[in-house]
Unconditional design. Structure first.
Length: 200
């Protein structure tokens, strides 16, 4: 479960959260790169997406603009407040406060579970993956953006694909080294893992 200290920390981060290029996607180049990446790896709209650990809702709104139905979840009240403001005029995008480790969402209701830089922070990533997979409809897919950063935090691509495989699902890994995604050149390990049940 999330501690009050965790909530306070992310509430404090919320107002500046969109400043990095990959968070707010205010840079058209970064926004276009993430749009193309996601559309290439998601089923066609209007698929239903659970965006877990959605932060200020940038990806939720991006997908809403493409016709997806999106439920964003985050445990930070301030993050959710900003997400709701950002998505206020998108009929297919909803936000609710909740813990990504135990998502307050219905089982077998989603075509996609999307998480960006969330799995590595879970108390037990293997447990989190099992819980997330239960949200998926038959044939649904997990779409995980993760990384192992230069400070040593995070998960390597090998670790994430192993976790997905241990959950009984196939995993495809796509490196995300291009500067367009991040607004700068990177030297650490950033990647996308997609798990499509129909590839098992």
């Amino acid at each position: 479960m999330t501690s009050s200290d965790d909530i306070a920390m992310w509430d404090a981060e919320a107002d500046a959260f969109d400043e990095p290029a990959d968070h707010g996607l205010r840079d058209p180049v970064a926004r276009d790169a993430w749009r193309a990446l996601l559309l290439a790896n998601l089923p066609a709209a209007p698929a239903r997406v659970a965006d877990l650990g959605c932060g200020t809702g940038t990806l939720s709104v991006l997908l809403g603009d493409e016709g997806f139905a999106v439920d964003g979840v985050d445990f930070s009240p301030r993050m959710i407040e900003l997400a709701e403001r950002k998505g206020a005029d998108r009929a297919g995008v909803r936000f609710r406060r909740g813990d990504a480790y135990e998502p307050p969402l219905p089982r077998s209701a989603y075509d996609v579970v999307l998480c960006r830089h969330v799995l590595w922070a879970m108390p037990d990533p293997a447990v989190a993956l099992r819980r997330w997979a239960r949200l998926l409809r038959p044939g649904g897919r997990l779409v995980l953006v993760e990384g192992r950063w230069s400070n040593g935090a995070g998960l390597s691509g090998e670790q994430t694909t192993r976790l997905v495989a241990d959950a009984g699902r196939p995993a495809s890994l796509v490196p995300l080294r291009e500067a367009a995604y991040w607004g700068r050149e990177i030297t650490d390990d950033r990647y996308l893992v997609v798990s499509r049940a129909d590839e098992a």
